[in-house]
Structure formats: C-alpha cells, structure tokens
Design a protein. Structure first.
Length: 358
C-alpha cells in the first residue's frame, strides 16, 4: 500500500493532517524527533478507530527519505526557510512526491524554482497546501479565468484560528525578517514592513484592517494572474498605528541572524491563543483591476483555519498518492484547480459590481 509520511507529526497541523488521512483509509507514517511525543500522537490516531500508525524517530528526515523512498512526504516543520528546500530536494532524489504548508515568501518561491528538476525526476512538489497559499490563490484564479492579465491584483488573508503552535510564531519571525515586499512592474520591490494598510471589504459591507506582508500568497497571486502589480496583505500582523510604526524596526532587528535565532528559540516555548470567538469565520479576499477600470472582487469563507489547512494538505497528499498529478513544482490551485478550496470547505463568492475601497 502507498505510504504517506507526515514530518512534524507531533505538532498541531501534523496531528490534524494525520487524522484526516487516517479517516480516508490511507497508510501513514508519523515522523518526528521525539519518541514519546510520537507515540502519544500515534495513540491519538488509534483512538479514532483505525490501525496504529507506524512511527519513525529521526533527527535527519532527508537521510531517511533517501534511504526509504516513501511515496509521499507531507512537511509541516516550520519555519520553512530551513526545511522546504532540503526536504523537497531529498524527495526529488528519492522519486517521492512532496507537500508542505509554507506560506513564507522565500521558501514558496524557492520550491517553485525546483520545477525543472522535479519534472525530470518525475516528482510532484506542492507548496502552500493550507489556508495560506490556497485560499487567496483560488480567488485570483476565479477572477482571472478566461481573461487577459489584469493590471493590478491585491489579496488579503484573514484566517481565524483557535490556537497557535510555536512553529507558527517562528514562521512569523522569519517572515518579518524578510521585510515588506510587493510586486511592481512584475518585479519584487522592498517596501516598509507594515506599510499598505488596507480596509479590506467583506461581503456584508464591513471591513477588516490588513497590512502588506511578504507571504507565499504574493508569489502565488503573481503567477495566477500575470499582473504587473501585486500586493498581499494579512490580518495576522498587528494593524494599529503604533504597531505599524514599530514593525520596520522589529523587521530590521530580526534580519540580524544571531538575534533572529535567539527570538526563534524563545518563541519555541510560547503557546498563544489568538483572539477569536466561536462562530468567527476565516476570510480570504482578492481584487483584480484591469486597464480601463474594470474591477472584480472575490471572497472565500471558511471556518477555523487549521481545519481548512488540514483538509487541503490531506487532499493534496491523497491525490498525489493516487497518482493524480503531473511532475513539477506547484502551488495547490495551480495543480488541482480552485475546486480544491471548495473541497476543503471554502465557499467562494465573486462580485463584479463593487469597487475596491482603497
Ligand atoms: N499555510 C498555512 O495556512 C499554515 C497553516 C497552519 C500552519 N502552518 C505552518 O505550519 C508549521 C507547523 O505549524 P503547527 O501549528 O503544526 O506548529 P507546531 O504545533 O509548533 O508543530 C511543529 C512541529 O514541527 C516539529 N519541529 C519543530 N522544530 C523542529 C526541528 N528543528 N526538527 C524537527 N522537527 C521540528 C515539532 O516537533 P516536536 O514535537 O519534536 O517539537 C512539531 O511536530 C508552521 O510553520 C506554521 O506556520 C501553515
């Protein structure tokens, strides 16, 4: 039977993806660095009623992939700046398929640059298989299907989660160190971190504040639209005036490698519960503007962000395991289309009438 490995199987996303795959009858292997935490994760899966999954303790997943050549590897170990490329390269060398949850700009772009080697090796590599990148990327494809490239695209991610693992905070630290980034004239241009405050509209007429962040969604929106000007914003960073003023200073400090490593080690001990109330929805938004003034907007609505992410990653892994994909390196909707977002529980609404209130 086809085997799917979950790297970071003891973490929040890893456990949830493992559970999704087990419910779908897939054979999974829980991979991690701590035997005790792995057996607890395996027991939790067993409690769902399926067989106990195999566990694999390793400090060197890339070497294990080279030795065992699994069919599909799902990488949930962030920050992805250190894990995406080495793990994906190990998969390419082993002829395995690869999926990750990265939504930081550099790892997503670096993974997509492995397209040629992945095609030559017959491996499929998918990055951003979660709320970020898929939720906004799917909207851009919906808006641009069958049309010429728009002049400008803006996306906004507004997920709601009921808890955050330490790896998420470490990923945010890594992203902050990149500084602000937008695409202008088709090229990445540095901007002030925390710039571009947007009052992102929701279908009910209310707005949510979002600011520009250097996410993988920026790269995915560029590729999905072909627009020269692209901006990706998020509600996940503080949008208040003081916080926005402080963000460039924090970003500059985090660019100092030693300081960044200290901060990442410190946040590794934190468990934050973000503010959300039951019933809160996660939203993604995209707006495309064509020369001549035509503007189209779209929204994706779903529930808690990790649930959506787990379904996306599990569905992508299952489809790769079933041999449904072509070789190469992709973002999720580029490979499987926008219905992947609907299958994961997203509802998409397209509105051509409302102008984006910038
Ligand atoms: N794209 C999206 O929409 C999306 C959604 C959710 C999460 N994410 C990203 O996915 C990542 C995981 O999130 P999470 O909430 O599951 O985090 P988490 O609960 O902190 O789990 C992190 C997992 O990675 C493992 N790990 C951490 N550092 C490691 C290292 N140096 N070597 C080997 N294993 C290591 C941990 O293992 P131990 O148990 O041994 O510590 C744990 O299994 C984060 O980067 C997050 O930003 C993305």
């Amino acid at each position: 039977m086809v085997e799917i490995w979950i790297l970071g199987a003891t973490g929040r996303a890893g456990r949830s993806i493992s559970a999704e795959l087990c419910r779908g009858g897939h054979q999974i292997v829980l991979v991690g660095r701590n035997a005790q935490r792995l057996s607890e994760a395996a027991a939790a899966i067993e409690a769902l009623g399926g067989p106990t999954p195999r566990t694999l303790v390793t400090d060197d997943p890339a070497a294990q992939i080279a030795a065992d050549r699994p069919d599909v590897v799902v990488n949930t170990v962030g920050p992805f700046g250190t894990t995406t490329v080495p793990t994906a390269q190990a998969c390419v060398a082993a002829g395995s398929h690869y999926v990750d949850l990265a939504n930081e700009f550099e790892p997503v772009r670096s993974l997509l640059e492995l397209d040629t080697v992945a095609r030559a090796a017959g491996s499929t590599l998918v990055t951003g298989a979660g709320f970020g990148v898929l939720a906004t990327e799917a909207l851009v494809y919906e808006l641009c299907a069958g049309r010429p490239a728009p002049a400008r695209v803006r996306v906004a991610a507004m997920p709601v989660v009921d808890g955050l693992g330490p790896a998420v905070l470490a990923s945010v630290v890594d992203a902050a160190a990149t500084g602000g980034l937008v695409y202008r004239n088709g090229r990445p241009v540095r901007t002030r971190l925390g710039a571009h405050l947007q009052h992102t509209p929701l279908p009910d007429g209310t707005t949510r504040d979002t600011v520009a962040v250097p996410t993988g969604e920026l790269e995915a929106a560029l590729r999905a639209s072909g627009a020269a000007e692209v901006i990706a914003t998020s509600s996940e960073v503080p949008t208040g005036r003081t916080a926005r003023a402080a963000l460039p200073i924090v970003g500059a400090m985090l660019r100092v490698g030693a300081l960044r490593r200290i901060v990442i080690r410190a946040v590794d001990r934190w468990q934050l519960t973000p503010p959300s109330t039951p019933g809160d929805a996660s939203w993604a938004y995209a707006c495309a503007e064509w020369e001549g003034g035509e503007t189209r907007q779209a929204w994706l609505r779903t529930g808690e962000g990790y649930q959506f992410t787990s379904r996306v990653a599990a569905t992508v892994a299952a489809r790769l395991a079933a041999g449904e994909a072509r070789p190469g390196a992709f973002t999720p909707a580029a490979l499987f289309g926008t219905d992947l977002a609907r299958a994961a529980g997203g509802t998409i609404t397209v509105d051509t009438a409302v102008k984006d209130p910038r």
